[in-house]
Design a protein around this ligand. Structure first.
Ligand code: NAD
Length: 507
């Protein structure tokens, strides 16, 4: 596996132009074409699974099972979901029936936005590039992929395979670091989906603003876990600790820190220590079930948090920057103003922050940026409801961590500093789709209500138009709704008659 080959900066305008030409060719209008490309994408992943596992191992030291579960099969299932559903998703939708408008056949066409760019981070290069690519293909766009330069082997493999499996007129990969992305950002895109950190997101949004390009941001942040002292502590420890060590904590929705009542802290720690021994009976540094940090720079960043913590390290703490290794680390009695509480850790270090009670835990959560995910471990519905009802976050999950990203039918996305917009499945399709409202108004409509719109505006015309477009008001605040059964009956009757007439006309 050689190093990543960067795309020459001077080639970028031509690639951009080629994609625009490809889009204008109209090929992607055909759903059959989109399905063929989606099948190509699915086979690209399937045929090369072992190569992807090896590449991810080379980049992140990642155990193949983690690559399969969290990255490769997640990307594959996005491609298959899009393949299975693209007809349904892309079908024009009739607008809600309304007496004033139905004759004009108001319809929503699902149209591609055009030439879109996907910028991906290093931590899940398959899901966060190829999964998003599936959504963009299904929506009928031309796509420029800009993977992270940190994940060299995987992204070189993607760059090599894309032209073998997909139509190069429509789908292209550009590899490189800041100068390459800077050049890309000078150009006009019809949508940008950016996944990564908040600092770069601001650069991307500022560049996009120059062209008024819409941007979807999928960012990170500190995802908290609130623990009910009465919860199943064994289960909580097992799942939280796994969420922290999977991909060595380089997961946007990894549980970042734990909030627990002070007198329950030791119980939780005991369970974590027990589970740690079962996960890593020998040194995790020699285990083939443990990933590495992506770069020496990121390893040094996380080491700094550990070195400066005022908490007490009770598991791990060992770091080897040269080997990009950080042992699974758990720190207790971490104060709110600790080095581990400043930024998203994005590494295998779990700070435990003792609090007085649930109210204080909620206060801590609400005093910080809205998290990408918020977790609560409790078997008490009232405890769960109190957490969900009194906080904000991208997702809210009880008794589980991380895996909700893959839940079929659920949107995934942040709120505020953890991102804007949603992806996965139909939500991903919608990111790259323009919902184009259309009407087709037959001439005879002018003989009815709408004839009043043409001058001269006589009192009679004004009266009739006002009647037709009269907005029935809700009850005034503080008063009770009156019963308007008569009016409903008239509407129901009119609706039925017109539906029957329409049906007859069509027959
Ligand atoms: P990053 O922001 O450093 O890089 C992301 C992308 O931006 C890369 O492709 C990189 O080449 C590009 N980039 C870097 N500097 C740039 C610059 N100056 N100008 C233009 N482009 C630039 O992020 P990362 O370290 O690769 O990923 C980690 C972050 O991503 C974490 O914060 C994590 O929470 C977040 N993340 C979010 C999600 C999600 O779905 N919400 C998923 C995975 C990761």
């Amino acid at each position: 596996m050689g190093p990543l080959v960067y795309t020459p900066v001077e080639d970028i305008p031509k690639i951009h132009e080629d994609l625009r030409k490809g889009f204008r060719s109209g090929k992607t209008k055909s759903i059959a074409y989109r399905k063929e490309q989606l099948a190509g994408l699915a086979y690209m992943i399937k045929d090369n699974t072992e190569r992807f596992q090896d590449a991810l191992k080379a980049d992140l030291g990642r155990p193949p099972i983690e690559s399969d579960l969290l990255d490769i099969s997640a990307a594959l299932s996005e491609a298959k979901d899009a393949y299975d559903n693209v007809e349904k998703w892309a079908k024009p939708e009739k607008a809600r029936w309304d007496f004033n408008w139905f004759a004009m056949k108001p319809t929503i066409r699902k149209e591609p936005k055009g030439v879109v760019m996907i910028i991906a981070p290093f931590n899940f290069p398959m899901l966060l590039m190829l999964g998003h690519l599936a959504s963009a293909i299904a929506a009928g766009n031309a796509v420029l992929m800009k993977p992270s330069e940190l994940c060299q082997a995987t992204n070189q493999l993607i760059a090599d395979l894309v032209p073998q499996y997909l139509d190069s007129d429509l789908y292209r990969v550009v590899n490189g670091d800041v100068p390459v992305t800077t050049k890309l950002l000078e150009l006009r895109w019809d949508h940008i989906l950016y996944t990564g950190g908040g600092r770069v997101a601001k650069i991307v949004c500022a560049a996009a603003a120059k062209h008024l390009t819409p941007v979807t941001t999928e960012l990170g942040g500190k995802s908290p876990v609130i623990i009910d002292p009465k919860c199943d502590m064994k289960l909580a420890a097992r799942r939280i600790f796994w969420g922290k060590i999977a991909n060595a904590g380089q997961v946007c929705v990894a549980p970042d820190y734990v909030l627990i009542p002070r007198d329950a802290q030791d119980h939780f720690i005991q369970e974590v220590q027990d589970i740690y021994k079962t996960f890593y009976p020998t040194d995790p540094a020699t285990s083939d079930s443990y990933s590495r940090i992506i770069s020496e720079g990121h390893t040094a960043r996380i080491k700094r948090y550990i070195d400066e913590t005022k908490g007490e390290i009770i598991i791990g703490g060992e770091v080897d920057v040269g080997k990009k290794y950080i042992a699974p680390t758990v720190v207790k009695n971490v104060p709110f103003d600790d080095s581990l509480m400043d930024e998203e850790i994005f590494g295998p270090v779990l700070p435990i922050v003792p609090v007085k009670d649930l109210d204080e835990a909620i206060e801590v959560v609400n005093s910080r940026d809205h998290a990408l995910s918020l977790y609560v471990f409790t078997q008490d519905p009232a405890f769960k409801a109190k957490v969900f009802d009194n906080t904000q976050s991208g997702s809210a999950v009880a008794n589980e961590v991380v895996i909700h990203v893959g839940a079929t039918g659920l949107p995934f996305g942040g709120i505020g500093p953890s991102g804007s917009g949603y992806h996965t499945g139909k939500y991903g399709f919608d990111v790259f789709t323009h919902h184009r409202g259309t009407l087709d108004n037959p001439g005879w409509v002018d003989t009815l209500i709408l004839k009043g719109r043409y001058p001269p505006y006589t009192p009679e015309k004004i009266r009739n138009l006002r009647k037709a477009f009269n907005v029935s008001m809700p009850p005034r605040p503080g008063t009770k709704a009156g019963k308007r059964w008569g009016l409903w009956l008239v509407f129901a009757l009119l609706g039925t008659i017109s539906a029957v007439l329409m049906k007859r006309k069509r027959a």
